[in-house]
Design a protein around this ligand. Sequence first.
Ligand code: ZN
Length: 448
Amino acid sequence: MDNKGSRRPIEDDLMGAALGPESDRVGADLHAFVTDLYPICRSITGNGLRETLHRIGDRIPLEIHEVPSGTEVLDWTVPREWNIRDAYIKDPTGRRVVDFREHNLHVVSYSVPVDATMPLSELRGHVHTLPDQPGLIPYRTSYYSESWGFCMSEDRFRQLPEGDYEVRIDSSLEPGSLTYGECLLPGATDEEVLISCHCCHPSLANDNLSGIAVATELARRLGATSRRYSYRFLFIPGTIGSITWLARNEDRVDRIRHGLVVTGVGGPGAPVYKRSRRGDAVIDRAVATVLRHRGGPYRIVDFSPYGYDERQYCSPGFDLPVGSLTGTPNGEYPEYHTSADDLEFVRSERLVESLELYLEVFDVLERDRVYRNLRPKGEPQLGKRGLYPSVGAQGAGAQVMAMLWTLNLSDGDHSLLDIAERAGVPFREIADAAARLVDGELLAPDST
Ligand code: ZN
């Protein structure tokens, strides 16, 4: 094929491209980052969260905010800061039968300090297990009610003999601050795409670290391209972090045009997209069209006021166009919130697939716009402008159809996404057709 359009390396747009030969290296790097962050004991405040943000900041430009305990944020209050150094349960012989240093899930997050000796019968009231998954340690938190507790496997708990146990949690819950990280990549416009990811879980690899790794890599890649939108990445503790950010940025949320909550993107299971509260926002349609044409299974579910931070962004007073693109959602896989959500559960291939999926969605957002057919009376003659692919060229039929659809619907009322949906073809084909038609002077961006 020899036409003007083909001379432009449309297909080389960094963002929409599959990673190709790079993918093994990128997958290994993403998994290495998850591995690096895994041992840190994070919570919704404290030094583990800070350390995590600093490591993200080693990879991308990250502004770190500290919001003092006691600050009123919407209907909430920033809690006291929690830090932990050590915790254990010693059996009657003085042996550590539960040891925070072995696994940070052993301590209920936000446990107040304790230093006591008590019989097994009393200790039992402070121990959480999973009787249905007796080999696993559960993940438990107690952010907003003062208490303490341990988590352990049911199997291990059953082996504990009667007697007096020494329990100690060397933690502190004191005025301090809530920490979050923000990375803004300015684009040609100040209209924003929001990418939000929670980073408050301790050693849980898929629920938390996979999202951090993929979001960090997205920011790194987007930072290296020219962008129409500005991209704002938030690395925040779940719930209280998004509430805090919304409270401090109420006057600028109207810049957010599209948004996604990133988490659970490293485990098995097909992609699941949870729509924004609006249900028909451009982000909802962009993700749907990408998933539809990608091949392979996926699910799209309606918004519900549960899950991750989308429930704050989509609260009625904000109602932002923010959906959530994940693997199998929270609560729907047996490893969720247990010690089985570990480094083996997260696969580097899945991290790469998720990265590619997000990049493809951003490609739609970046390239979607409204054009106008400059020769709308009758079909313009493609051949004399070198736009007609040579007979038998691979994909020639599809290429022509994409151009015909784009010409027909580019009346100033339909965006490229509208056209892709109506034509039932991948967005990229429509966007590439539009680029060719612009080169052929048959199409121009709509200025109205
Ligand atoms: Zn979680």
